[in-house]
Write a protein that binds this ligand. Structure first.
Ligand SMILES: Nc1ncnc2c1ncn2[C@@H]1O[C@H](COP(=O)(O)OP(=O)(O)OP(=O)(O)O)[C@@H](O)[C@H]1O
Ligand SMILES: [Mg+2]
Length: 243
């Protein structure tokens, strides 16, 4: 569903991501973790076709992102860490606008339950300026889910949400994966990642240091100890906090 081969991204002469390969199958949730500056956002932006990669191949739902970007993007959704909205469109108008762009027919039947799921129904006729930060984030999520993507990239989707919002977001990600979506999720909230992810990929200074199921990656860094947390594994794998 998501296949990444030898992805590299340079910003000028700075190499932010190098030789990164992995794949995510339908039903899998991959946790992308790494210290600040490790290259998580850069990777997700490249995978979503928001910034051009320097080299490598990305296939989304069978479509090569470089060869067939429109088809690839039809199947994916990218959720940025900073919610960006249109100041003069209400919550409902945002959804109508996104429905137009993606050619979603009869979008009201999808939009209303989505707004309900994300607890935004009461705010349907308000402008972004009248929403809290967490509500803005939820609106961005509603917009991204409207075209029923089969591939989803989340950059820090849980920061800014209240505890109930976090639980609902987790449930919603798990539910969509169980329905066959392939998900990549970057977060520093490792105890939450442990609950939603099937797989984990650890990045350090733009390079992959581990990749596999949660138990495979644990086995690699646990030195035979049982019950080692993802947080402890992260610290062992990345050796401190600098990217
Ligand atoms: N537009 C840009 N131009 C130049 N360098 C950039 C740009 N965006 C990111 N970088 C650099 O690339 C590296 C990776 O940044 P990135 O944002 O991908 O890290 P991250 O893993 O998402 O970190 P965080 O956990 O802080 O979100 C950093 O060294 C950063 O300074
Ligand atoms: Mg980031």
């Amino acid at each position: 569903m998501i296949e990444v081969q030898a992805l590299a991204k340079q910003y000028g002469s700075f190499s932010a991501v190098r030789d990164l390969s992995f794949s995510v199958r339908p039903g899998e949730v991959l946790g992308l973790v790494g210290p600040n500056g490790a290259g998580k956002t850069t990777t997700l932006r490249c995978l979503a076709g928001i910034i051009p990669m320097t080299s490598g191949t990305v296939r989304v739902a069978g479509h090569d992102l470089a060869v067939d970007p429109v088809e690839a993007k039809r199947h994916l959704a990218f959720f940025a860490d900073e919610p960006r909205l249109f100041e003069y469109l209400t919550v409902r108008q945002h959804l109508a606008f996104v429905a137009r762009i993606y050619g979603v027919r009869d979008h009201e039947t999808i939009a209303t339950p989505l707004l309900e799921e994300l607890e935004l129904l009461e705010k349907a006729d308000e402008l972004p300026g009248e929403l809290s930060r967490g509500m803005k984030q939820k609106l961005v999520i509603a917009c991204g889910l409207l075209h029923s993507p089969s591939v989803m990239f989340f950059d820090e989707p849980l920061t800014g949400l209240d505890p109930l919002g976090i639980r609902r977001m987790k449930d919603s990600i798990v539910r969509r994966a169980q329905a066959g979506a392939a998900v990549v999720l970057s977060s520093h909230l490792l105890h939450l990642l442990e609950e939603v992810c099937t797989n984990v990929l650890i990045l350090k200074k733009g390079e992959k240091v581990a990749d596999g199921t949660l138990s495979e990656v644990s086995a690699q860094f646990s030195n035979g100890e049982a019950g080692v947390s993802l947080e402890e594994i992260f610290i062992r794998a990345t050796g401190g906090t600098e990217g």
